[in-house]
Design a protein around this ligand. Sequence first.
Ligand code: ZN
Length: 271
Amino acid sequence: MTSSRPRTLARPQRIVLYEEPATPALDLNELADYLRDATNLYVETRPEFFSHHGVPDLEDLAQQLAHLKVKDLYHEEQEFPSLLGDVDIERRLLLDPRKRLPGILYDGFRLQTLMRSFLPEAERTLRTVHLAFTPRLISTFDSGDRVYHARVIVCGLPALASTSGVVEGPAKPKAFYMAKRRYSAMGVTPPTEVLKEEFEGQFIDYDDERLTEVFKGYALQALFFHLVGDPFCADPACRLFNAHWQEEMLGAQIHSAALCDVHAELLPVGS
Ligand SMILES: [Zn+2]
């Protein structure tokens, strides 16, 4: 295969993984072992991001988080006042990180900026890859179709990987939505459990047993963002493929479960 080797930007020295207590199926130790083997870097696991770094003012953080909620999918960078109920929810989530509240969409880049302010100065460098898992559903505004899209990962410092985004981000099979519409057309609420059974294995669900395997690829995307400035690859069989469909994500992370030759050549990073 003739292709140019991407120029490396930084030499990351370690990867720090943060726990996500709402998702027991995510095995951080297995993920850490995989990354150690693949990258030869020092890999550290830590408790949930805010618990680890400490929250000096819970009320203030709850208010800041409530501000990051996307209230209009078609407008970027909204500054709506947060409602009391929103702040309440954030306070509850901070006090008990085992909770997951579906349906709230956050602006991923703004959440990342807020979380970056919690990183100690010495760790705020491209040499450390911080990967914070979160049950919060993160999204970014697409300037092409001018709408917010749910994401599995937002790379950067820290990188955010969402255990809700992996379910809600990449689209499910077309037949799934058609079946859902069929039920709606009959005036029946689509029986989610029945549909999930019918399409079993074709998409990642909450607390899915394949989550750890799937997130291995996303952890590599977080690393490659630091390494070459681009976390993605055009090869659908590469773990760095930017999947828009569940089928594509499962193809890259479960069926292929490998990097393409160009990206594989950049590993291991550590000596
Ligand atoms: Zn690749």
